[in-house]
Write a protein that binds this ligand. Structure first.
Ligand code: FAD
Length: 494
């Protein structure tokens, strides 16, 4: 159902810490201070111009920030951070705002530091196979910059046209091709960061490993809570000689899940192994006309790469494994155009579901691949109990589930049920030996589920790390940790 542009669906449904009244009262002074340190167009304070920043990819939650600043250099970021630290102002770093877990959701008393103007490629080193870029360069922008010389940047979130490398590092983003190449963490070499106090630090570099603690590991997936990242050095890889995708259609989710398990346990690592169930196949086919099998209950997209002989050999082995699971049909793409159409359907999946449901929640959990058949069966049963439709689209090869729960945000009961259903799916992932998040992060969405995964002592140790980087808990403070504990921590430090 189309919704009037700009209409607020649900404001502040999520528990937020109380905004600091003295910061709200000093808003004009704070904005004037930013105008003194940044170019005029880099400071946004008018309510109407704050609206685009009030939400992110988890658009059910909205909150306009105190102000937005859009620095263009690391020095400008450092000046903003020094001021915010001195004045006790909360800061929410933001890339493209595509987070699906509410990671970039503002607070009423927080300044959003948007990195989108920091969008320059700084250095490409083909000999050492790395590129240094500002944090606001889009994910696809890195591959665009190097593909003319036969290179690419491997992690490929479906949002890659929009999402930025700084956001990718903070969410440790993955994508369809991460089965073979690993996620952001596995492709990262160095960072330039600005600390909560406004100090500029260089971490890692153009080489493989760094001495001392693994700071890169610590900052990857830190969800804007430890520092503002301004520059990123990533590994770039030689493009493969060629790649081919195939489709395999099955009679049930469980059979397709068992086939995934057989492929992975055979030792073959395809470059991508994606799963779609019936609702997803239909929605994506209507949208992309990719030739998906409409008679199937579940479908796998399997991609291999290498020389054409290597592709043929791998596809023959994979077909033989699929045959053991009684497929309805199998189709190997015969041209680059056919492969592109197959991926167009998959990468446009979220938009395609948006055409058949007014709203959906995209969950993101991980399970051991051997538990796929059981988990898919139980998600189906839960959908029946809640009376909500669910489409399953996910990176099956690495056990990263993305059930899309369809609901109507104009109906509070439907929204409540969708949230509960989502929480039950994530608890199931933990019960199966998996975890709460594969690639979308914790944000506000999964914050209160963290105790399902971690003991109190484990959470406390993580809080100590946050406190070491950000003693006053000013950086994105209401995310990741269960609210009661993080507000208590904020209160103790002020
Ligand atoms: C249609 C769609 C498809 C998606 N598909 C995938 C997918 O396949 N795989 C996947 O992993 N994700 C996917 N996502 C989620 C999202 O795109 C990723 O999490 C992405 O990395 C977020 O990048 P961003 O630039 O939009 O960051 P934002 O949403 O702006 O921010 C994300 C988090 O990072 C922090 N942050 C951002 N930039 C900085 C910085 N420079 N310094 C410090 N903190 C920062 C923010 O505070 C926030 O906590 C998808 C989202 C959508 C809407």
């Amino acid at each position: 159902m189309p919704r009037p542009a700009g209409e607020i669906i649900l404001t502040n449904m999520i528990n937020q810490p109380e905004p600091k009244a003295e910061i709200l009262a000093r808003r004009d002074t704070i904005v004037a201070a930013f105008r003194g340190m940044l170019p005029p167009e880099a400071v946004i304070a008018e309510p109407i111009r704050l609206r685009p920043y009030e939400t992110d990819g988890l658009s059910a939650y909205r909150q306009p920030p105190l102000a937005v600043v859009l620095p263009e250099t690391t020095e400008q970021v450092a000046a903003v951070m020094r001021y915010c630290h001195a004045e006790g102002i909360r800061v929410v770093p933001r890339g493209a705002g595509t987070s699906l877990s509410g990671g970039a959701l503002p607070m009423a008393d927080a300044v959003v530091v948007g990195l989108m103007k920091m969008n320059r490629i700084l250095d490409i080193d083909y000999a050492d196979r790395c590129a240094t870029v500002q944090a606001g360069v889009t994910n696809i922008g890195i591959t665009d910059a190097v593909q003319g010389r036969g290179f690419f940047y491997a992690p490929d979130p479906s949002s890659q046209l929009a999402c930025m490398i700084g956001g990718n590092v903070n969410m440790n983003s993955g994508g369809a091709h991460c089965l073979k190449y690993g996620v952001t963490a596995n492709n990262l070499l160095g960072l330039k960061i600005v600390t909560a106090e406004g100090d500029v630090l260089n971490i890692g570099g153009r080489h493989l490993d760094a001495a001392g603690y693994d700071w890169l590991g610590l900052l990857t997936g830190s969800e804007g809570q430890l520092a503002v990242i301004t520059e990123v050095t990533v590994r770039i890889l030689r493009s493969p000689e060629g790649a081919r995708a195939m489709l395999a259609a099955f009679r049930s989710n469980e059979i397709a899940g068992a086939c995934v398990d057989s492929i992975i346990s055979s030792g073959i690592i395809p470059v991508a192994l994606e799963f779609m169930d019936r609702p997803a196949i239909h929605a994506c086919e209507d949208f992309a006309h990719a030739g998906y099998p409409l008679d199937a209950e579940a479908m796998l997209i399997i991609e291999v790469e290498g020389s054409s002989e290597e592709q043929d050999a791998l596809l023959a082995r994979i077909r033989a494994i699929c045959e053991q699971h009684d497929p309805i049909s199998m189709k190997v793409s015969q041209s680059a155009e056919e492969s592109l159409a197959i991926w167009k359907g998959r990468k446009g999946a979220f938009g395609a579901i948006g055409r058949i449901s007014p709203d959906y929640l995209c969950m993101d959990g991980v399970i051991p691949t051997s538990r796929l058949p059981e988990v898919l069966r139980r998600i189906g049963e839960m959908g029946d109990v809640y009376g909500l439709k669910v489409a399953n689209i996910f990176h099956a090869g690495d056990g990263n589930l993305h059930p899309l729960i369809m609901f109507d945000a104009n109906d509070p009961e439907s929204f409540r049920k969708a949230e509960q259903f989502g929480a039950d799916i994530l608890k199931l992932c933990v019960e199966m030996g998996g975890c709460l998040t594969g690639e979308h992060g914790v944000g506000v969405e999964k914050r209160d589920l963290m105790p399902v995964q971690f003991k109190a002592e484990e959470l406390e140790q993580q809080r100590r790390i946050k406190t070491a980087f950000d003693p006053d808990w000013l950086l994105n403070p209401n995310k990741v940790f269960p609210l009661a504990a993080s507000s208590e921590r904020s209160a103790r430090t002020h």
